[in-house]
Design a protein around this ligand. Structure first.
Ligand code: NAD
Length: 413
């Protein structure tokens, strides 16, 4: 299923409960602006390489638009459109004063040298600098991008518009970044997993966890959860699934990641190594955390999932057909628009600090993150239980209601 079709279906399920007219639905689903740009760079050997870049700005009724930049070979307009709309609902669910956007370049960043990656980022900024800015649209890291890419982006944008670090978040801490931004999405996933398991009456020591993807989000979630005494029995990346039924040594896995090219787990010992796609359907997993790509859980593998709950750390990992099968089997799904909102929440804190020229301590960032996510979780949980609907539908309803209210208050003309 195409990514935007999946998001549309989730939106319509919630829109039914809200009695939204077809006209209102159309207006809320359609992006404000979608752009596609050519990104051509000279490679280190002097040859020319051309890539396609996108920025989709979905909605700004609640504030400047906000959303990550993804560098991945499969980035396309449909996926970017889906991710931009997810950002609108996500910022609304956690009640940040933002709208939603997303962007990216169809490229495998590992196929480029560091200098090529920098040139690619600068050329992309040359193409889109006039439509992003601290009061219009604020990018952030996502798959395949990190604090270095954010620093290059800011530097190139400031060549056109002058000093304003609030144009992008996820910057290096010493370059106007926020303490705690890098860990934020994974930490948020961990915090919300603790809350959900408590509600489901599951004890940490007796709740096994499997995490797909050991990048920024997956690795920080694994660290948080293993420190909270959950046995993390499986982790995976593009090189394979690393499994130990008694629980993996996550500190050793994090150390291995730091020591190896591209942070890959290849060669990680003292566990069984299985094919990459084995992780999702491992037996005896209580909590499954997809933290890599979208669209990985479909009607084909949904019935084989043993977990009691799924925490959607990635964006869009469960498609609507699978969602229905899992729901019918009693699997609780914490939806992406809440589960991975820790990243955008701390991005918001970074933007606030940049605008105030003031730095928060790591403790303050963590406390405010915990408070923001806890409030959003309780709101979604309560709405779901009062109406006997899924957590996903409950979260979408809250997001859509807030966006609709802002649109109505602003007036249409
Ligand atoms: P990343 O590039 O840091 O890491 C991605 C990881 O997934 C890598 O370990 C990679 O090897 C692995 N991977 C890729 N394909 C895989 C496959 N088929 N099977 C198993 N592993 C695979 O990316 P990230 O920033 O950690 O983002 C992961 C997900 O979280 C994405 O869906 C992203 O949109 C979402 N997300 C990220 C943030 C953030 O702050 N970085 C915020 C919200 C949501």
């Amino acid at each position: 299923m195409r990514a935007f079709e999946a998001t549309r279906r989730y939106f319509h399920t919630a829109a039914e409960h809200l009695d939204l007219s077809p006209q209102a639905r159309e207006a809320m689903l359609m992006a404000s602006r979608e752009i596609r740009v050519q990104v051509s760079i000279e490679r280190d050997d002097g040859s020319l390489a051309t890539f396609v870049g996108f920025r989709v700005q979905h909605d700004n009724s609640r504030g400047p638009m906000k959303g990550g930049l993804r560098y991945h070979p499969e980035v396309n307009l449909d996926e970017t459109r889906s991710l931009a709309s997810l950002m609108t609902w996500k910022t609304a669910v956690v009640n940040l004063p933002y709208g939603g956007a997303k962007g990216g370049i169809g490229v495998d960043p590992r196929s480029l040298s560091t200098r090529e990656l920098e040139r690619l980022t600068r050329v992309f900024v040359d193409q889109i600098h006039d439509i992003v800015g601290p009061d219009t649209d604020i990018p952030a890291p996502d798959m395949g991008t990190d604090h270095r890419v954010m620093a290059w982006f800011r530097n190139q944008w400031e060549k056109y518009h002058g000093f304003n670090p609030a144009v992008i978040t996820g910057k290096p801490v010493e370059e106007y970044g926020a303490k705690g931004r890098e860990e934020a999405t994974g930490r948020g996933v961990g915090t919300l997993t603790v809350k959900l398991t408590k509600r489901l009456g599951m004890k940490p020591e007796a709740t096994s966890i499997a995490i797909q993807g050991f990048g920024n989000v997956g690795s920080h979630a694994a660290k948080f959860l293993s420190e909270a005494q959950f046995p993390v029995i499986a982790i995976s990346d593009i090189t394979g699934t690393y499994y130990r039924k008694e629980g993996l040594n996550i500190a050793a896995a994090l150390h291995h990641k730091l020591q190896h090219p591209y942070g890959l787990l290849e060669g990680f010992k003292e566990c069984d190594v299985l094919p990459t796609d084995a992780l999702l359907t491992l037996p005896n997993v209580d909590i499954l955390i997809p933290a890599a790509l979208g669209g990985v859980i479909t009607e084909k593998n949904a019935k084989k999932i043993s977990a009691r709950a799924i925490i959607e750390a990635a964006n869009g990992p469960v498609d609507p057909d699978a969602d229905k099968i899992l729901h019918d089997h009693g699997v609780t799904i914490l939806p992406d628009i809440l589960a991975n909102a820790g990243g955008v929440t701390v991005s918001y804190f970074e933007w606030v600090q940049n605008r105030q020229h003031y730095r928060w301590t790591l403790d303050r960032v963590r406390q405010e993150l915990d408070r923001t996510l806890s409030e959003a979780f309780e709101h979604v949980w309560q709405n779901a239980h009062e109406r006997d609907i899924s957590l996903r539908t409950a979260a979408y309803m809250i997001g859509i209601t807030r966006v609709r209210r802002a649109t109505e208050l602003a007036g249409l003309t």
